[in-house]
Write a protein that binds this ligand. Structure first.
Ligand SMILES: [Zn+2]
Length: 199
């Protein structure tokens, strides 16, 4: 995370201040048939809760998996309908895409795809949404990264109140399947709990 990005956007949520051993795992870009099911099964096994930033069109494709996320006590957030890059679209189109997503995703949480959002868009969204960024990127979306390196990223950078990004997508699956179970085991053993973002 470049330091200047946080300086530029101090109003966004980058981590959650806490003295307790709590980690906030987040999963972007689902629901996806195999990846999301895999994530839900492993979270359940560790009694962990998480937050899923869903793409509207994927919710439309897999409503039953979306329902399962909700039924198993996790939080959901809006990640636009078409996974738009805020830097590349005007505010009107960006907002209308988020509105379309809000028809299928009931949430006051929003995460901009690619972490790219203009100040003007932040300003429009802020009254209605808590914009959730992250403090730890697993890099699971990076096909050039080894599964072990992905796990190392998470273990090295995660601390109390960290917001960690994974992806429940086909592209991330190889690294996710390796790094997520090991992340849960490693931090559970150290007394951490995993909670969903609820504000
Ligand atoms: Zn995304």
């Amino acid at each position: 995370m470049p330091w200047w990005l946080k300086m530029f956007y101090p109003l966004l949520t980058w981590q959650i201040k806490t003295d307790e051993k709590v980690i906030y795992l987040t999963f972007d870009d689902g629901p996806h048939e195999t990846a999301t099911s895999f994530v839900l099964n492993i979270l359940k096994k560790h009694n962990a809760k998480a937050t899923f930033f869903c793409i509207g069109k994927n919710v439309q494709l897999h409503p039953e998996i979306y329902e399962r996320i909700i039924n198993e006590g996790h939080s959901v957030g809006n990640h636009t309908f078409n996974h738009l890059n805020g830097w590349k679209v005007n505010d009107e189109n960006y907002l209308s895409d988020i509105k379309n997503a809000s028809a299928v995703i009931q949430s006051k949480l929003f995460r901009p795809p690619y972490g790219r959002i203009k100040k003007s868009q932040v300003k429009i969204l802020q009254p209605n949404y808590n914009i959730i960024m992250w403090s730890v990127l697993s890099g699971d979306f990076d096909v050039n990264l080894s599964p072990q390196k992905c796990l190392n990223n998470v273990i090295k950078n995660t601390a109390k109140g960290s917001i960690v990004v994974f992806h429940d997508s086909a592209k991330a699956m190889e690294r996710l399947a390796f790094a997520l179970p090991k992340t849960l085991e490693y931090f559970s053993e150290k007394g951490y709990v995993f909670k969903s973002i609820t504000m």
